[in-house]
Design a protein around this ligand. Structure first.
Ligand code: ZN
Length: 316
């Protein structure tokens, strides 16, 4: 009786577009200072939690490169903002709906288990009933045959007559037992029909729910989860959990370093949330691009070294 549709969700999520603005403007001005700016209460995130998420995201870069790339500074002009709009609202609505479907699925499973149990009891009782009916009918046939024989012989002797009367009482008891069994069987059938009817209604409602879910949330769609602006801000729009938030933040911080999108779906700087590992590490490609933008011998590194040399000269 159980029937469920599996979710066929294809959700693609994209990070910021518009990165072409900063590739020319921001060239690894490390360490970049930042602070938490706007934090919409609807994200259910405290400022400390938001700050911790950014710290975790920056450590993805810092641990892999051994450089201090980002520093929290309460006075920084660079802000990380949590902007609540229809994207996060949609994501939350999806979560709520999915939870409802999960509950409905559990109910259908419970009902299905009860149904299976009842049918098994019914099958077992029916076997007993059938064998008892067969025994009763055979007993009755023997009794009738004996009675018929004595009737044709003009009557039974007293002893035989008493025996036959006792047999008749035993047959009556047997008949009543069979009636009780039959009543029990009929009650089981009623229960089975009732549970089947209820179960079918619940399954129908569940299937309607899945169809609505797929219509509403199952379309392939793209979300911009966060953006980086070279004016000095990262805006976060939506995330399903802290792991995803960390990924989006780490990606946008990468843009803040001046790193462009790269190919390879496991890369942090890939344009989609895709096959990046949950524990978040930089791919070879991420590291290569980092090195070219921000690492030893990069344009920034060279500029930084030139400036240092100039400063040393001035000091001298
Ligand atoms: Zn991006």
């Amino acid at each position: 009786m159980r029937s469920s549709l599996s979710f066929t969700l294809i959700i693609t999520v994209i990070f910021a577009s518009g990165y072409f603005f900063y590739t020319a403007l921001a060239i690894c001005p490390i360490p970049i200072t930042y602070r938490i700016g706007e934090l919409d209460g609807r994200f259910n995130l405290t400022e400390d939690e938001a700050r911790l998420s950014v710290t975790e995201a920056e450590s993805v870069w810092e641990a892999a490169t051994g450089k201090n790339l980002f520093t929290y500074d309460a006075k920084s002009d660079f802000t990380v903002n949590f902007v609540y709009d229809e994207r996060q609202a949609f994501s939350e609505a999806e979560d709520t709906y999915r939870a409802k479907l999960d509950t409905a699925e559990q109910v259908t499973e419970t009902i299905s288990a009860e149904y299976t149990e009842l049918v098994a009891s019914y099958d077992e009782l029916q076997v007993t009933y059938k064998s008892k009916v067969a025994a009763y009918e055979s007993h009755l046939a023997d009794y009738n045959e004996t009675v018929e024989r004595y009737n044709q012989a003009g009557g039974a002797p007293t002893d035989e007559y008493r025996k036959l009367q006792a047999e008749k009482r035993s047959l009556d008891v047997g008949q009543r037992e069979l009636e009780v069994l039959r009543t029990n069987l009929n009650q089981l059938v009623d229960e089975i029909n009732l549970i089947s009817e209820q179960g079918n209604k619940i399954v129908a409602r569940y299937n309607d729910g899945v169809a609505t879910y797929n219509d509403t949330f199952g379309q392939s769609r793209e979300f911009t989860q966060g953006t980086y602006s070279s004016e000095g801000r990262i805006d976060i729009y939506t995330f399903v959990d802290k792991t995803e938030l960390r990924l989006v933040l780490a990606h946008e911080l990468g843009h803040a370093l001046g790193i462009d999108h790269v190919t390879g779906s496991t890369s942090l700087m890939y344009f989609l949330i895709s096959d990046q590992p949950a524990e978040l590490t930089l791919s070879e490609t991420d590291l290569e691009v980092f090195a070219s933008v921000c690492g030893e011998g990069s344009r920034w590194d060279t500029i930084e070294q030139k400036i240092r040399r100039l400063i040393i000269k001035i000091t001298l």
